[in-house]
Write a new protein. Structure first.
Length: 472
């Protein structure tokens, strides 16, 4: 059974009224990460364009070459992600983040050598053959995403340390807003920059973005022992890993989040995998409008990240999570029946808004449920399982749309159902079901959190470990 208990501030510090970016340390972290995320989006989009229009242009294997980038990004999640958590929990989290940003700055900067910006000596023509250039790209993508498996849980643990519990939804909301902003800016900027200047400028910007992230993390002044680790781990790797697994599956909050996310992302994968076909076939819109729909969704996510972070404390994190997920599912069900673009844009704005609620609530719930010394191992379970659910569900949805339901068409109660809208309807139903799973699994969590907050409010400060969830 999970219980929520109040404890004193481990650092013995009092916190004043938070500013727009909460405090100095978080402002530094947020600023560096915002630049880094935009650099990543520009980098990823540029790689796709570079391979499709230059390296593999006109080749029958071009789609496979582009898919290699996605594979290079996905493999580290499953190969390294489950193991990275133990190393993160053994390490000084801030130093781990610095090491990963330094590594990523170096390897991406080295890609300038294959971008055509410089002529390589001792190589005919000064450029690597296409085969070797693709190999370097895949290798760099693998290294960058392998580093991310160590960086992400370290960042979560650092936020636990530098952001008061009451402000963690706001911190996660700001992070989500920066991701949504990058989704709008990155693709829009990448294509014209590539056409005008080639791949070199995108590579240079991404390398510089990681260098900026390095400097902002280096400037963080916190001296809390929690940045290093809640405890010094000296046992065997396997024992420490299994300790994390046992803790994870003994926590009602963490198990509920895992089950709900598996169900929810399985439904959401229908949107991601088939959105271009839904836009052009069901809504009868052009591919230009497909890009506009993505921008509208991103705008909704930015607005939602700000607004919902402001009300999360009053609404309750668990309630915000299940209401957002259930409402998203219902909106997708209705959206699947639409046949024109105008109302669909309004629905996508609302879906982006509600999706922000998932991020604003889920991250802080996980942080409150996990001691800092176990955050790395908890993330090493959650993130790979979520990514696996996305990959498997995307493959299943692609098979359904291409084979099983390819010629599907029925009329029921005067409504026509085809393959794409039927899959979207099923995806919406899964998302709504996920919301109900969250409601049942996290029932009473908000009430316990409020009780714990009322206890610690007597100290004139909100402790970092205000709502620590432990398994009994």
């Amino acid at each position: 059974m999970d219980t929520i208990t109040a404890s004193s501030d481990a650092r013995g510090q009092k916190t004043g009224k938070p500013g727009l970016l909460i405090n100095r340390d978080y402002a530094l972290l947020f600023s560096g990460q915002t630049v880094s995320i935009i650099g990543d989006m520009l980098f990823n989009t540029t790689l796709t364009i570079w391979i499709a229009t230059k390296l593999a242009a006109g080749q029958s294997w071009a789609p496979l070459a582009v898919s290699g980038v996605l594979l290079g990004a996905a493999v580290p999640t499953f190969l390294i992600g489950p193991l990275a958590g133990v190393f993160v929990d053994r390490a000084n989290r801030r130093r781990m983040m610095l090491a990963m940003d330094g590594l990523r700055t170096a390897v991406i900067a080295l890609m300038l050598l294959i971008s055509g910006a410089v002529s390589l000596p001792f190589i005919p023509g000064g450029n690597l053959p296409t085969f070797w250039t693709l190999g370097v790209i895949y290798g760099v993508v693998f290294i960058v995403n392998a580093a991310e498996q160590f960086f992400r849980p370290s960042a979560m643990a650092l936020i636990q340390t530098i952001v008061p519990v009451a402000e963690q939804p706001k911190a996660v909301g700001l992070n989500q807003a920066s991701v949504a902003l990058a989704l709008i800016i990155g693709p829009a900027v990448a294509a014209p920059v590539f056409v005008a200047f080639g791949a070199a400028w995108a590579l240079l910007f991404n390398a510089a973005s990681f260098a900026i992230s390095y400097l902002t993390i280096y400037a963080i002044r916190t001296t809390s022992d929690a940045v290093s680790s809640g405890q010094k781990l000296q046992g065997s790797f396997l024992r420490e890993f299994l300790e994390g697994v046992r803790f994870y599956f003994s926590s009602r909050v963490l198990v509920t989040l895992l089950v709900a996310i598996i169900v929810g992302v399985s439904g959401a994968s229908a949107l991601n995998a088939l959105d271009v076909f839904f836009t052009t076939e069901n809504l009868g819109a052009s591919t230009v409008m497909y890009g506009f729909i993505g921008a509208v969704y991103g705008l909704g996510a930015i607005i939602g990240s700000i607004v919902l972070a402001m009300v999360a404390g009053r609404v309750g994190l668990a309630r915000l999570l299940w209401v957002s997920m259930t409402a998203m599912g219902l909106l997708v069900i209705v959206l699947s029946r639409l046949t024109s673009i105008a109302p669909a844009l309004g629905f996508m704005l609302a879906i982006g808004f509600l999706n922000a609620g998932l991020n604003v609530a889920a991250g802080p719930l996980m942080m409150r449920a996990t001691p800092q010394e176990l955050m790395g191992r908890v993330m090493s379970i959650f993130q790979p399982v979520m990514n696996l659910a996305i990959l498997v569900s995307t493959a299943i949805i692609g098979y359904l749309a291409s084979v099983t339901l390819r010629d599907f068409h029925v009329v029921w109660m005067g409504m026509s159902f085809g393959p794409i809208d039927t899959i979207w309807l099923g995806g919406g139903a899964l998302m709504a079901l996920s919301g109900l799973v969250i409601m049942a699994g996290l029932w009473g969590v908000d009430r316990q959190a409020r009780a714990a907050a009322a206890t610690v409010s007597l100290t004139d400060a909100i402790p970092i470990e205000e709502c620590e969830v432990s398994a009994r």
